[in-house]
Design a binder for this molecule. Sequence first.
Ligand SMILES: Cc1cc2nc3c(=O)[nH]c(=O)nc-3n(C[C@H](O)[C@H](O)[C@H](O)COP(=O)(O)O)c2cc1C
Length: 400
Amino acid sequence: MSAVLRFLTAGESHGKALVVIVEGLPAGLPVTVGEVQGELARRRLGFGRGPRMRFEADEVTLVAGIRHGRTLGSPVAIEIANTEWPKWEEEMSPHPGAPSKLLTKPRPGHADLAGMQKYGFDDARDVLERASARETAARVAAGCLAKALLTRLGTAVVSHVVALGPERVESGARPLAADLSRVDASDVRCFDADAEGRMVGAIKAAAKDGDSLGGVVEVLAYGAPVGLGSHVHWDRRLDGLLAQALMSIQAVKYVEIGEGADTAGRRGSDAHDAISWDTEAHTYERATTRAGGIEGGMSTGGLIVARVAMKPLATLNRPVLGTVDVVTKEATVSFKERTDVTAVPAMGVVAETMAAIVLASEALRKFGGDSLAEVVRNYDAYRASLGDRSPSSAAAAGGG
Ligand SMILES: Cc1cc2nc3c(=O)[nH]c(=O)nc-3n(C[C@H](O)[C@H](O)[C@H](O)COP(=O)(O)O)c2cc1C
């Protein structure tokens, strides 16, 4: 089943530019360059990131599909130029020629070796340039458009770091949509001040040892209406769509919906969300979020919760992981591309993006129209048909 909101990215990490084309947006959606730049700046956040984040600016051009600050309903194309291009122009030239040196010591934990074997390359750079998570900048630009649409439908997507290395948030505190700037102001995009301090300490300790750390991010979607996704076919299930989208983020190793893995060890009486009726709001309520706001592959109208875990970055500042030189077949240590200690805070912004794209796509499937006004009309009519008298919960959470 193809997505209603589709996007394609192109571009290499040190190439001239990243490009994203987003197709399926209605006409009339307000979008500015500043908003896209703002989202891209959020992707660069986080203590433990290397100098690349400081000296590589994201130069955004809205190339197509937007006129006078509004989408036209045609494909939107966005370019994110690489300000470092002059340094890389020769090495990454699209014209016939050869690289100045071949990278022949593939890095464990990266796409390098399998990619070289699969595509028949003798230079790991031919793989790593595209495998690099720099590509996520293009996704975030697309996600900015998806978020703009969701905002019009009362849905806000927020993320925060709940574990980094050995440190985790014990309080269970969850940011509302209105708390997002507070999360972004945290050194590690953590909503819990106590955990934040411990996480920064863990990053400093790992940095001292030339090591890296992974962690877990929680993605929350406030205000998503009941009925996104469907039970009728395997590839229409919202949980499946979210899991695939989140798992596609570089270095993500598991995705959990609601209390996921934990519930597997519990009794059924302790693993589900009882339903009640709110007489004032005229809505069904669930006091708990064990199912993460998704039942039978459909959003329930409650808070959507997904947890996304990232492995520690595979490139270490103290190269200790063994590899083999593909030319000599001799044991060696891998070459080192510039690397961070951790990118979990940034991964959270990418996870928000991927969740927003899935939710926006499913919202367009349900409320689809050619103009934003038509989509909003369909959405309002649906809510009215449900008899829902509550303000949209994203608005209640401070987001919509
Ligand atoms: C936002 C973000 C930043 C990343 N930065 C780095 C990095 O600096 N160094 C590194 O070794 N891996 C980094 N990664 C992870 C690699 O891209 C990833 O480990 C690699 O693609 C292989 O992972 P996979 O086997 O899950 O695809 C980053 C990932 C994300 C999402």
